[in-house]
Design a protein around this ligand. Structure first.
Ligand SMILES: Cc1ncc(COP(=O)(O)O)c(C=O)c1O
Length: 450
């Protein structure tokens, strides 16, 4: 379907007018905030929502939030995975509340630390864990350690990957196959070709060529891409990557920050992957800042043997607030009582319902789009078949169309993940929440083709 742009523009104008009429209190806060924060937001990305100003939240609970204009929303964004366990789950709130009164940060371990590490070890199969405040920082730590123990320089990543604000990962392939800065990269410290090798996802021949150069310290991957639409791995791709890392002495780091939607141990456990290191962040502490990286015993031994106690605080790994008592109490409660193995079947069932609802509209209106599910997460894209790599997925981007669909949903009380067409299910998301999306998505697509 080629979307009629004049019609899309009219539809969008109608949705913008509705948003403006229904969100006056958000506008008041936005106008005030504009005088003290760029774009009126505390973090730049919050300016990229589809309406003329951001929706200001008054309260979030479970799978819903209410804005300052009193409108209830089904939250399918869930803080882009930061709140995948639902907003303010009671066990996390209780544990954090107790810990707040007992000391927040001391730069000394608490009992919770080793318990939380043990929970991660059991889930992901790598035994030795350390903590950070973000997944970004966990990735940075693993890249440093990998370079340190291998004596090699380069990080291998997938074209159109996202692993947080990690310098080495803002690299992509140009039309000639050269490694260049990812579009939009701000203030790169060096040419990414110096630090990074980029290959398309699912391309074993490209992996073989890349490892042939002999300079790769680590491969940093998501086991399925989730930041440029969802791109699932071909059968055999993970095995090929594992074998090449082993043959060439490179560290295989699997970033499960988003793919933990596939199950309690992410895709690592579900698909019996064999990483040297697992990175995770966002949801493990129920939204309290926390990240973590785990290593095999063998890798941990190499790392520990290579660093001297005297220099441990100036090596570029770690941070003052990392591993603080509050984060660890939150991880222990969240993994132990909220994001449990028992919570997953219902979350995945909600995503299956969401996917079926989107597919039914695609079929009814014969639009050349597709929808892909990965556990409790699903995403549609403006492509006739599922993408096989990041470039495939990126080529299907249609920012105007996406903004219309997202604003249409928002005006009907449904928040989609910004930047792409993704929905995530929490333990608190209900079949009614999903059915609301199904009905409104149908209405939006009908408006485009009518
Ligand atoms: C796979 C993956 N890794 C790491 C990150 C970074 O997370 P944070 O911004 O919380 O550091 C993200 C963020 O979207 C991500 O999707």
């Amino acid at each position: 379907m080629s979307v009629d742009r004049a019609r899309l523009s009219d539809l969008m104008a109608h949705e913008v007018a509705r948003f403006e009429a229904e969100r006056p209190q958000s506008k008041v806060l936005f106008d005030d905030a504009l005088t003290r924060m760029p774009d009126g937001v505390p973090m730049l990305w919050m300016a990229k929502w589809p309406g003329p100003w951001p929706v200001y939240v008054s309260r979030a609970q479970g799978a819903h939030f209410t804005c300052v204009d009193g409108i209830d929303h089904v939250d399918l964004c869930l803080g882009d995975t930061g709140a995948m366990v639902g907003h303010s789950p009671q066990p996390t709130v209780d544990a954090v509340t107790q810990q707040l009164a007992k000391g927040i940060t001391t730069m000394l371990p608490t009992e919770d630390a080793a318990i939380a590490a043990g929970m991660l070890a059991e889930r992901f199969g790598v035994p030795m864990w350390q903590f950070t405040l973000t997944a970004t920082d966990a990735n940075r730590a693993m890249i440093r350690y990998s370079r340190h123990v291998t004596g090699k320089k380069k990080v291998l990543v997938m074209d159109y990957c996202y692993h947080g604000s990690v310098d080495e990962t803002f690299a992509s392939l140009d039309g000639t196959g050269a490694v260049v800065e990812r579009r939009g990269n701000i203030g790169a410290p060096v040419d990414p070709d110096e630090t990074t090798v980029v290959v398309p996802f699912n391309d074993v021949a490209a992996l073989e060529r890349a490892f042939g150069e002999g300079d790769i310290a680590c491969a940093l991957i998501e086991p399925a891409m989730t930041n440029i639409g969802i791109v699932l791995p071909d059968p055999g791709w993970h095995e090929a990557l594992r074998a090449l890392c082993t043959d060439h002495g490179a560290v295989l780091i699997i970033d499960e920050t988003h793919t933990v939607c596939a199950g309690p141990g992410g895709m690592t456990l579900r698909d019996n992957l064999q990483p040297d290191s697992v990175v995770i962040g966002k949801t493990i502490a129920g939204g309290i800042p926390a990240g973590a990286y785990g290593m095999t015993q063998e890798l941990q031994n190499r790392v520990r043997a290579s660093i001297h106690m005297e220099d441990i605080d100036v090596g570029g790994v770690g941070g003052t607030l990392a591993g603080n008592a509050l984060s660890l109490a939150a991880i222990r409660a969240t993994l132990g009582e909220v994001l449990t193995a028992e919570a997953y079947p219902a979350m995945i069932q909600r995503a299956t319902e969401w996917t079926a609802g989107v597919q039914a509209t695609i079929d009814e209106f014969q639009v050349p789009w597709q929808v892909t599910q990965l556990g409790a997460r699903a995403e549609y894209s403006f492509l006739p078949q599922a993408p096989r790599d990041g470039a495939d997925a990126a080529n299907a981007d249609d920012f105007e169309l996406q903004q219309y669909l997202h604003l249409h949903a928002l005006n009907r009380g449904i928040l989609m993940t910004p930047f792409h067409n993704m929905a995530l299910m929490s333990p608190a998301t209900t079949a009614e929440d999903v059915a609301a999306h199904t009905a409104h998505f149908r209405e939006a697509v009908a408006s485009l083709v009518a």
